[in-house]
Design a protein around this ligand. Structure first.
Ligand code: JCF
Length: 689
């Protein structure tokens, strides 16, 4: 008996070995194929290896591990995506649209680095896809998230696992303990065409372009659907720094990624100086049409990590990188008529109805004319033959007139005197380009737009409450204000056009779910003019609760970062409306709530202290140092006086250091400064800023 057991054990060990060998072989072939683009076996041979592994795992299911190449799709469909907060925010890139703007970028880099030498840049095509962050711990893929708003994204781990170019385990023995890699998920032109062909054969929804298709595929709750979508990925950087040494340059970082099995775009190239950047841009513009995927420009990054750190970032945009975009596509067509659309704030936007044209896989039949000033400047008439431009996701616009189409057909475009929707008077403030409907929330168009904004993903996030449904709800007068949304009944919703009972119930559930929110989201969702997401966050953090915001004066509002006189004016005007108070009261009575925000500003440790920064800091830019200090409550001044609490000195500090010594102001070097910030952050239980 015991002999047999021993033999069994030996047998299992052998099977285990066999399984591990197969996995290693498959992973290595994946690496050869996806990273090096140099496969050494045929697809059929690869399939045989996979089949052999599957057979063994089927016989010995106990030996299956989550990182086995057979385990890309495991779990069941999700109900919803979890939120993921990025440890290091996912920044976005500044754009350049001309050689002048590129030159200005290069100049700024040189100025900030105080050099006139040619800068070494790493160049790469800018993939037109969806940014994601993927986290590996001990070499294993543990989580993947979309960029979201840069701070918080959605947990799409299950879907990312189905992408064959994404390794489930990092290659090599020396992968870092923790690695967060960032990349762009995209769909090839061919994959996109095939997907749409299949969809149209089945009468399903067609995607507008490969990027939308990639985004839509990543947002599937069922990984079994994502599995069949032809998604690819290229990696371009890291988030959370690995514990291992980070390479000194972007070039080496990308090489390290490749060695860990993470595919990097093969067109990456390091060059020196601005002229070489222009050459690279030109060569990619020429290759663009033949590339198997869509790109919308070229990304340039300062190669040296040390320089990158010195340059730092301003509002989550690194100053060491830029996206130089390709010019937008332009086509000719004829303006058949012009309509005026009414936006959320009543702004009237002239929209040209066009003879439909096909651009870049999309049929365009509308283009914005922006406002009356633009119409006059471009001398546009109804009946004109015009150039229309479409850039990425931006709304197409009429760029210029090519010829006035037969003098008889030409018609002037007039600003209506009354709102085309509610017939209230149209008003235009002297000197302003925008004309507005004066109807306010009496105007159904403004109400609809306010509601669409309220329900949108970044605001109250009422899933399923789409534009068409909101249009119907307003048109049938089931809802007059956003507060009425919360008293809708199942029957009311189910009676709408093309609404199944199940969808109606889903909307009710989504409304219920949306009641749990944050103050920042709530403020943003109110649609106060010029109060975007960032400002809403600042307001929430500053005032912490609604009543203090209601009674805020212009003076107190203006102490909030980003709030100037205009925004302050809009906020005050909004809260001065009784109607708005009533709606807010109704919303809160309906159960909208958010977690209490601790009042921080008064106990920030550096309140009342003034700092002066001088000389070149090594670990960060001055801008970043300033941000850190301000987050701790300090003021940062430009010159040293008796009121200065501390002077932080970097290398080659000059007159300010002398002045500080003269006045006996306390002096900190960079190390001491960092130590202080770290200490205060820990004491204050803030994450390191
Ligand atoms: O290909 C891209 N879309 C792309 C986006 C490439 C990059 O190197 C990026 C990016 C977004 C942010 N780099 C950063 C820092």
């Amino acid at each position: 008996m015991s002999v047999l057991l021993d033999e069994d054990k030996k047998n299992i060990e052998q099977i285990q070995k066999k399984i591990e060998t197969l996995r290693q072989q498959i992973n290595e072939h994946n690496y050869l194929y996806h990273v090096l683009d140099a496969p050494v076996i045929s697809d059929a041979e690869y399939d045989q290896l996979m089949q052999a592994l599957k057979n063994l795992e089927k016989q010995y299911p106990k030996l299956i591990t989550p990182d086995s190449p057979t385990q890309r799709v495991g779990a069941k469909p999700l109900k919803e995506f979890d939120q993921v907060t990025h440890e290091i925010p996912m920044g976005s890139l500044d754009n350049a649209f001309s050689e002048e703007e590129m030159a200005a970028f290069n100049k700024r880099v040189q100025n900030l680095l105080e050099t006139t030498e040619d800068i070494r840049y790493v160049c790469e095509p800018k993939m037109d896809g969806v940014a994601v962050s993927i986290r590996y711990e001990e070499g294993l893929l543990v989580r993947a998230a979309t960029r979201g708003d840069g701070e918080t994204g959605e947990d799409v781990t299950q879907n990312i696992r189905t992408i064959k170019m994404v390794p489930l385990r990092l290659r090599g023995k020396h992968s870092p303990k923790i690695l967060e890699v960032r990349g762009e998920v995209y769909m090839s032109k061919k994959g996109f065409a095939e997907l749409n062909k299949r969809a149209s054969e089945r009468g399903e929804k067609i995607f507008i372009n490969p990027r939308n298709a990639a985004a839509g595929s990543l947002r599937q709750l069922d990984p079994n659907i994502t599995k069949h979508r032809p998604l690819s990925i290229y990696f371009y950087g890291i988030g959370t720094k690995p514990n291992a040494e980070i390479p000194d340059t972007q070039t080496e970082l990308l090489n390290a990624l490749k060695n860990w099995g993470l595919p990097v775009c093969p067109y990456v190239k390091a060059v020196k100086g601005l002229v070489a950047c222009f050459d690279y841009y030109q060569s990619m513009a020429e290759k663009r049409k033949q590339l198997p995927y869509e790109i919308d420009g070229v990304v340039f990054k300062v190669d040296s990590q040390k320089y990158q750190t010195q340059l730092g970032a301003v509002s989550k945009r690194p100053r060491w990188a830029i996206a130089y975009k390709f010019p937008a596509e332009e086509v000719e067509t004829i303006i058949e008529s012009v309509e005026f659309q009414v936006g959320r704030t009543g702004a009237l936007t002239p929209v040209a109805r066009l003879q439909p044209v096909f651009v870049h896989g999309v049929t365009i039949s509308n283009a914005t004319l922006h406002n009356m000033d633009e119409i006059h400047r471009k001398k546009v008439h109804i009946g004109d033959r015009v150039i229309v431009r479409r850039a990425g996701d931006v709304i197409p616009e009429v760029v210029r007139v090519i010829e006035h189409h037969g003098s008889k057909d030409i018609k002037e475009i007039h600003l209506p005197t009354h709102c085309p929707i509610c017939h209230s008077k149209v008003e235009q403030i002297e000197g302003e380009a925008v004309a507005r409907c004066s109807g306010g929330l009496f105007c159904p168009a403004q109400r609809k737009e306010a509601m669409k904004h309220f329900a949108s993903r970044r605001a109250m996030d009422v899933e399923g409450l789409g534009d068409k449904i909101i249009d119907q709800l307003v048109d049938t007068e089931l809802v007059h204000s956003v507060a009425d949304l919360y008293s809708l009944t199942l029957t009311q919703l189910a009676n709408l056009d093309r609404m199944a009972d199940k969808s109606a119930q889903n909307i009710l559930d989504a409304l219920q779910k949306s009641k749990k929110t944050t103050l920042a989201r709530f403020l943003f969702s109110l649609g106060i003019r010029e109060v975007g997401e960032a400002t809403a966050k600042q307001l929430a953090n500053h005032f912490c609760e609604l009543p203090s915001l209601f009674s805020a004066t212009e003076e107190s509002l203006r102490t909030v970062p980003d709030v100037g006189p205009v925004v302050a004016g809009h906020i005050i005007a909004f809260f001065a409306e009784k109607h708005n108070h009533k709606i807010i009261e109704q919303l809160i009575a309906a159960g909208i709530h958010w977690p209490k925000i601790e009042k921080k500003s008064h106990d920030l440790p550096l309140i009342g202290k003034t700092f002066v920064l001088t000389g070149t800091l090594q670990k960060m830019s001055r801008e970043e140092a300033k941000e850190k200090l301000e987050n701790l409550g300090a003021k940062v001044a430009g010159s040293v006086s008796a009121k200065t609490s501390y002077v932080v000195v970097g290398e080659d500090a000059g007159s300010k250091l002398l002045k500080a010594k003269e006045l006996g102001v306390e002096i900190l070097d960079e190390e001491q400064f960092l130590e202080l910030v770290k200490l205060l952050c820990i004491k204050n239980k803030k994450t390191l800023v």
